[in-house]
Every structure is written in structure tokens, then in C-alpha cells.
Write a protein that binds this ligand. Structure first.
Ligand code: SAH
Length: 269
């Protein structure tokens, strides 16, 4: 799943991973370009983690239909020596391991092959120190031609490679994951669902949480009465103007109560 239409069969998931002795030149040929199709290239020690949940439901169907492309790039083959070492102990001491600058540089160079400038193709390191990911960033990325994501592991990556490649850092939130893969999938999910033709009902991305700076109103569906709880009467009235008013009042009340920070920042109409 998730390979290019042009890509020869059998499909490449895990192939880079298996061919640990491949030279970077050979690996290059396996990075599809996918012109005109929004593409995510993901540098990771665990390519088998992809597409993961992105292979399910609407994002998975869209992947199968080539509405977007996903290219995991295994980090291991870029490693050093017989054992393809990718990490080493932190300079200055301390626990854990750090992903090496030279190894990451080789992977980033291959991942950059054929991509346009950063305005059209951002390069992002998933990192708890990054700018918090939000819906505006999802929209910005969806408007690009694609993105290259670097997933860290262990204690993170050598700072010099981030500086040299001018990599943007983006965080999923104020917590620490063991690796960037889950963060990359969460980010990609938020972006891919904004691409044309991915959600069945395009209107649903316009009304949902954050699209107007507010949290979404509560949702209900059948049965009409569930364990003595009724759907708010207004929603079954058929009066669409009243329903719209009720929903925006609910959205405002929820946002004020739960996210005063969003309420203060909301675009004033
Ligand atoms: N020592 C680092 C954390 C490393 S966690 C620090 O304190 O900042 C290992 C990897 O998981 C990171 O390199 C990053 O790619 C990923 N990761 C962890 N938390 C994340 C978060 N909140 N958002 C995005 N990526 C995260």
C-alpha cells in the first residue's frame, strides 16, 4: 500500500529495510517522485511502522487510490560500517544514544532528491522542542507538494545536521514519545485528510474544530432516546437556521470554557 503507480511490483515496503547493504545511489532510485501527487517521505529507523494507521479507512483508501504517496526511507542502510551503525553516545556524557549527523545527512540528501524548494516541500524533524503542531500547520503542509519528515529515536539527533539542513522542528505536544513515528503519522493524518478527494464530504473539514478558531459543537446520532437521554430537540426540528445558531452558540461556549487560549486568539468576524 502507498506506493507509486509507476513503482514496479513487488511493492517496496520493507525492501529498503531488507537490503541493508545497498549503496545510497541504489536507494535513490527507489524514492518515487510522484509528480502532482502530494507525497510524504519519512526517514525512520522503523519503516515497517508505515503506513500504520494511515493505511486504514479514508487515509488508506486515498493512499491506494494515489491521492497521496507515502515513502518511508529506512535510516539503517545509511549507517556506518558492517553493522550500519546509526547512533553513538552523547558528547559530554549522559544516558542513551544520539543519531549521528553524517548518517542522517546521507539519508536527508537522498530524501531531498527531486524535491522543490522548502516553501513547497518543507523538511521537518519531529521533536518535543519544536513549534507545536496545529491545524494552521496542517493546512500549510497540505498546500505544499509534499514534506520530508525525520523521525528521531533514543535521545534525538545531532544538532549539527538540523542546523546544516535548516530543518524545521515541529512538536506534537508537551510530552515525550520514544520515537518520531507516531508523531509523524498523527501529523500526516491531519494533513492528508485536508487533501482534495480524501474525505468523502469536503464540507466536513470546513465546519469542524479549529477551522474557525473554535472547538466543534457536540454531535449526536440515532437512537433518538438512549438510556433516557434525548437528542437536543432543536436538532430534530428541521429548522436549519436555528440549528446553525445553536451549533455556533455551543461551539463558542465550549471554547470559552475549555480553551480560553483559543477563544482569545479566535479570528473576530
Ligand atoms: N531527548 C529528547 C527526546 C527524545 S525522544 C528531548 O528531551 O527533547 C525520541 C524521539 O521521539 C525524538 O527524537 C522525536 O523525533 C520523537 N518525539 C518525542 N516526543 C515528541 C513530540 N512531543 N513531538 C514530536 N516528536 C517527538
Amino acid at each position: 500500500m502507498g506506493e507509486d503507480a509507476e513503482e514496479p511490483k513487488p511493492r517496496a515496503f520493507g525492501r529498503l529495510h531488507a537490503r541493508v547493504s545497498a549503496a545510497p545511489r541504489e536507494l535513490l532510485a527507489e524514492v518515487p517522485s510522484g509528480p502532482g501527487i502530494w507525497t510524504a517521505r519519512v526517514i525512520t529507523l522503523f519503516p515497517e511502522a508505515f503506513p500504520g494507521t494511515l493505511g486504514l479507512s479514508l487515509t488508506g483508501k486515498a493512499l491506494d487510490m494515489h491521492r497521496w504517496h507515502l515513502k518511508p526511507i529506512a535510516l539503517r542502510p545509511f549507517g556506518d560500517g558492517k553493522h550500519r551503525n546509526v547512533d553513538d553516545t552523547p558528547a559530554g556524557g549522559g544516558a542513551g544514544m544520539v543519531l549521528r549527523a553524517d548518517v542522517l545527512d546521507r539519508a536527508l540528501t537522498v530524501a531531498a532528491e527531486g524535491t522543490p524548494d522548502r516553501a513547497l516541500w518543507p523538511v521537518i524533524y519531529l521533536s518535543p522542542r519544536g513549534k507545536p503542531f496545529d491545524q494552521a500547520t496542517a493546512r500549510r503542509l497540505a498546500a505544499c507538494q509534499g514534506v520530508t519528515l525525520l523521525c528521531g529515536r533514543f535521545e534525538g539527533v545531532d544538532q549539527r545536521v538540523l542546523d546544516a539542513h535548516e530543518i524545521e522542528e515541529v512538536s506534537l505536544g508537551d510530552f515525550v514519545l520514544t520515537g518520531g513515528e507516531i508523531a509523524a503519522q498523527a501529523m500526516l493524518d491531519a494533513v492528508v485528510r485536508l487533501l482534495p478527494g480524501v474525505l468523502g464530504n469536503a464540507a466536513s473539514t470546513e465546519e469542524e474544530s479549529f477551522s474557525d478558531g473554535l472547538l466543534e459543537h457536540p454531535q449526536f446520532t440515532r437512537p433518538q432516546v438512549w438510556e433516557g437521554r434525548e437528542i437536543p430537540e432543536i436538532l430534530t426540528s428541521g429548522n436549519h437556521a436555528e440549528i446553525a445558531r445553536w451549533r455556533s452558540a455551543q461551539a463558542e461556549a465550549l471554547t470559552k470554557a475549555r480553551r480560553p487560549d483559543l477563544w482569545e486568539k479566535r479570528p473576530k468576524r
